[in-house]
Design a protein around this ligand. Structure first.
Ligand SMILES: Nc1ncnc2c1ncn2[C@@H]1O[C@H](COP(=O)(O)OP(=O)(O)O)[C@@H](O)[C@H]1O
Ligand SMILES: [Mg+2]
Length: 253
């Protein structure tokens, strides 16, 4: 495990276009897919019905890729993301992330995986309303045992990079949607996770802010080598990803 206290942080402002010759942050280099799923299937059962939300999906995602998973509402995008992130259990199939079988992990191992290796971004931001922007961003570092002063400093540094330096002490309710989503991206990346899982991150934003969020996600994957998995029904913006995976009725098409 990398010592996150010594983890390198980007030295470029994140809102700028990444330079192609910018040195990549050195992370474990997986020639194998970073994320591999085979025959991934999810059936939701209720008392009367049985709904196959995901049907025998195979996926390979490599380190540093910015991948968009695109499909209409109800096609199974959130289900797929939840399974890959270890938030839900598959009904069948296997998921191997960085050599580890996610489908076979105990709850405790899954919690640890999500804490250390994953960052999450949601359509509705999911920030703590009672915490300030800075406290929200610093929050994931608490579980990682980083001391308060360093947590707050690193949160401030990231927020400043996201042009939110004047909003450190504002609570989510005092920020615009675009600002809140930048706070939640800062929170997702502060622990230097290997993978960012983003579910409709632009779904609640106007076009200008949506474009900015896509630029930031792209920059995170290119400058940090972080793998970014974004679910969206926005076909237009998905074209800014490295690769598009289309999903229809629980199948990749
Ligand atoms: N917890 C659940 N229980 C029962 N059915 C569900 C559950 N979650 C999702 N579904 C169903 O699975 C299908 C895929 O849902 P979802 O993955 O949320 O699609 P998307 O994110 O593409 O809109 C839908 O038909 C949805 O109603
Ligand atoms: Mg969804």
């Amino acid at each position: 495990m990398m010592d996150i206290n010594k983890a390198p942080i980007m030295n470029q402002p994140i809102m700028k276009e990444p330079k192609m010759d910018q040195p990549k942050i050195v992370k474990p280099d997986y020639k194998e897919p970073l994320i591999l799923a085979r025959n991934l299937t999810k059936v939701y059962k209720t008392q009367k019905t049985r709904l196959r939300a995901l049907a025998a999906v195979d996926i390979d995602i490599y380190q540093g890729e910015f991948v968009a998973i695109v499909g209409t509402s109800g096609s199974g995008k959130t289900t797929l993301l939840s399974l890959l992130a270890g938030l839900e259990r598959p009904s069948a199939g296997r998921i191997v992330i960085m050599g580890r079988g996610i489908h076979r992990m105990t709850e405790e191992q899954l919690v640890d995986f999500r804490l250390r290796d994953a960052g999450f971004i949601f359509q509705s931001f999911n920030l703590f309303e009672i915490l300030t922007a800075q406290e929200n961003v610093a929050f994931p570092l608490m579980a990682r045992g980083v001391g308060k002063q360093e947590r707050m400093e690193r949160a401030k540094e990231l927020l400043t990079r996201f042009q939110l330096g004047k909003h450190l002490h504002h609570k989510p309710g005092e920020l615009s949607g675009g600002q809140q989503q930048r706070v939640s991206i800062a929170r997702a990346i502060i622990g230097e996770p290997s993978i960012i899982f983003a579910d409709e991150p632009t779904g609640n934003l106007d076009s200008h802010n949506a474009d900015q969020i896509i630029d930031i996600l792209r920059d995170i994957s290119k400058s940090r080598g972080t793998t970014v998995l974004m679910v969206t029904h926005d076909v237009e913006r998905a074209t800014h990803a490295d690769r598009i995976i289309k999903i229809e009725d629980g199948r990749i098409v």
